[in-house]
Design a protein around this ligand. Structure first.
Ligand code: BTN
Length: 251
């Protein structure tokens, strides 16, 4: 991971550039990183504030040997890699909130946006976009997220070397990709389960056509969240469609 490298001072979105390069045959493991993004993208059509030099705004291009329907496995793997990397470098106890937010002290430290290029039955590439708030202060975040976002600097009150955090993320990703190829994906799922803070909790599922309360039980082998509704019906929730809140959260 990162053995091919594209460093930018400013781009609209590292994911957009990664997809463009993917279509021009860029290799598996290509890293695209930018000091700032002018049109950073978040999940479900949201934006992602990416102020200059205050965080790691990057995309990794993967060409996994998976079917299109199994592409979410790459996102779970990335979440495990990033969470592990942050905890190792910063000595903190960050957790994964399904599907792929990394929370520290209950606030959002990292967002991951995966996009894929596929044809019927064939996955061409997956772009894993990672936004990690390393050295941002409260005023660097948009006002609407100032109370729910956090940076490593805010949590540990010291500056973090973005190079060191980045190197650890790439190392962890490389290790987990190899592990998934040799041992199968079950071992990645096991690590995800240990690092997550969603299963076992009451959640509010906000889908396009309905919002409901339930209990998050587990994830299945493709990464779908298994939720027991209050009426006892068991649902499987797909990451692309919904937003999850903890049931007692006001936001
Ligand atoms: C989310 O939590 O909504 C996902 C945020 C993902 C942000 C990253 S920053 C690098 C990459 N490029 C983008 O435009 N988005 C992702």
């Amino acid at each position: 991971m990162g053995r091919s490298l594209c460093c930018q001072d400013s781009v609209d979105s590292t994911n957009n550039l990664a997809k463009q390069l993917a279509k021009q045959n860029a290799p598996h493991g290509l890293l695209i990183i930018s000091e700032e993004q002018t049109g950073g993208k978040g999940r479900i059509g949201r934006g992602w504030a990416s102020p200059k030099s205050k965080g790691l705004w990057l995309s990794v291009l993967l060409r996994p040997n998976l079917l299109p329907q199994d592409a979410p496995k790459s996102t779970l793997l990335a979440a495990v890699a990033v969470c592990q990397a942050v905890n190792t470098v910063a000595g903190v106890q960050a957790k994964i909130k399904w599907p792929n937010d990394i929370l520290l002290n209950g606030k959002k430290l990292v967002g991951i946006l995966s996009e894929m290029g596929a044809e019927y039955g064939k996955l061409n590439y997956v772009v894993i976009g990672i936004g990690l708030n390393t050295n941002a202060e409260r005023q660097d975040f948009p006002t609407d997220v100032q109370d729910i976002a956090i940076s490593l600097h805010q949590a540990a009150t010291k500056e973090f070397s973005r190079d060191e955090v980045l190197a650890e993320i790439l190392w962890q990703m490389e290790k987990l990709v190899e592990e998934a190829e040799t041992k199968g994906f079950a071992s990645i799922l096991e690590q995800w389960r240990k690092m997550n803070c969603t299963t076992g909790n009451k959640v509010k599922v906000i889908a396009q056509d309905e919002t409901y309360l339930g209990k998050a039980l587990d994830i299945d082998e493709t990464g779908m969240l298994i939720v027991e509704r209050e009426n006892g019906v068991i649902d499987k929730v797909v990451a692309g469609d919904v937003s999850i809140r903890y049931a007692n959260d006001s936001n």
